[in-house]
Design a protein. Structure first.
Length: 142
C-alpha cells in the first residue's frame, strides 16, 4: 500500500510540475494550487489516515464481543487493508501507471470508470471474504 501511495504521489507531482497536467481530485487540487510539494506531505498523511481509519472501524466492528475479539479484529483489519489495496491499486495506481507508460499522456479510458471498477472489485471481495469470516467466527463460538 505504501508503495502504491508513494508512486501515485510522486507521479502526480512530476505530471503536474513538469508536464502541465492537472489534479482531478478537488481536495488535493486545492492544496496543489498552493504548492505542488503537497504531494510529498500527502504520502504520510494518506498512510496515517488509512491506518487510523482501518484501526478505528475494525475496533468499532468488534466492540462488545467477549470471545476471540483480538483474533477477529486482526482478521477484519487484514480484510479492510486488502480491500483498500484492491480499490486503490485498480482505481488509482493502474490509471497513473497506464498514463506513465503512455508518456504522461492520459490513456483513452475514463478515470471514473477505472475508479468505479476498483471500488466494485474491492466490495465484491469484501462481501466474499466477510461471509467466509462470518462462518469461521460463528463456528468457533459454538
Amino acid at each position: 500500500m505504501a508503495g502504491m501511495i508513494t508512486f501515485d504521489n510522486i507521479y502526480s507531482y512530476i505530471a503536474v510540475v513538469y508536464y502541465g497536467l492537472r489534479e482531478a481530485n478537488p481536495i488535493p487540487a486545492f492544496f496543489v494550487s498552493i504548492t505542488p510539494l503537497y504531494y510529498f506531505a500527502s504520502i504520510l498523511l494518506s498512510l496515517l489516515f488509512l491506518y487510523l481509519l482501518v484501526k478505528v472501524l475494525c475496533r468499532w466492528g468488534v466492540k462488545g464481543e467477549k470471545t476471540k475479539k483480538e483474533e477477529k479484529q486482526e482478521a477484519l483489519e487484514m480484510l479492510a487493508m486488502t480491500c483498500v489495496a484492491i480499490a486503490w491499486g485498480i482505481g488509482i495506481t493502474s490509471f497513473n501507471l497506464a498514463s506513465f507508460l503512455n508518456g504522461f499522456f492520459p490513456p483513452r479510458m475514463d478515470w471514473r470508470l477505472v475508479s468505479f471498477a476498483g471500488a466494485a472489485l474491492a466490495l465484491m471481495y469484501a462481501l466474499y471474504e466477510g461471509n467466509r469470516l462470518k462462518k469461521r467466527f460463528s463456528w468457533d463460538a459454538k
